[in-house]
Design a protein around this ligand. Structure first.
Ligand SMILES: CC(C)(COP(=O)(O)OP(=O)(O)OC[C@H]1O[C@@H](n2cnc3c(N)ncnc32)[C@H](O)[C@@H]1OP(=O)(O)O)[C@@H](O)C(=O)NCCC(=O)NCCS
Length: 178
């Protein structure tokens, strides 16, 4: 494989935008839905929730260990005790955190659950004193409506320098049992 192929600059189609100072006010969720902090016991439900989205390549593949770690700073949405949505905020440093694994079961989309999950994640990052929250989504409008905006208004896209293929890294992680 040519070096250029390995060292290409990776421009993602989804755009990466970062949090503006304020999270806009919002309408309440329908009463039958609730959101709570995730716990260890949610691992399997969250894994199963994510599976079809991963297969459709709408969210990135994760190991169980990664999902397990995300439960510590994640939230689940429930309907009658069943997990129908999930999102986590991965806190990299005091400067940067990222919304991860945002998913809502298709039967329950469009009711404000995705937005509510993001707001919970943002609030947690705020409580931890983090400077910015980054999010990647296919829908720019969805994130804008939640108060996200470009950190550098003239430089609208985030560029990634991909050093190794995701498949290769995940094969390794799986061999390590993660
Ligand atoms: C993104 C997602 C979590 C939103 O969940 P949700 O519960 O439907 O979100 P809400 O009801 O709070 O908001 C829906 C709004 O966002 C818009 N929206 C959300 N995702 C969208 C997308 N991929 N393309 C276009 N619009 C989208 C909807 O049109 C709607 O806008 P409206 O209120 O003006 O009609 C859900 O669509 C989903 O699980 N998508 C698949 C996984 C994914 O793409 N995750 C994000 C990548 S990390």
């Amino acid at each position: 494989m040519e070096q250029a192929e390995w060292l290409r600059i990776f421009l993602i189609h989804e755009r990466t935008i970062e949090l503006a100072a304020q999270v806009p006010s919002h309408t309440a969720l329908p009463a039958e839905y609730s959101i709570r902090p995730a716990c260890e016991g949610d691992l399997l439900s969250v894994f199963e929730l994510l599976r079809p989205f991963v297969e459709q390549r709408k969210v990135l593949r994760r190991t169980r260990a990664e999902i397990s770690a995300m439960l510590l700073t994640g939230f689940v949405a429930e309907l009658a005790g069943e997990v129908i949505g999930f999102s986590a905020v991965e806190i990299y440093s005091k400067k940067l955190s990222e919304i991860q694994c945002l998913t809502v079961n298709p039967e329950h989309q469009g009711k404000g659950i995705g937005g509510a999950l993001v707001r919970h994640c943002v609030e947690l990052a705020r409580q931890r004193g983090v400077m910015e929250v980054m999010a990647i989504s296919a829908s720019e409008k969805f994130l804008h409506d939640l108060g996200f905006d470009y950190a550098l208004p003239d430089q609208k896209r985030a560029l990634f320098f991909q050093l190794r293929s995701r498949d290769e890294v995940y094969r390794e992680l799986e061999l390590l049992g993660e």
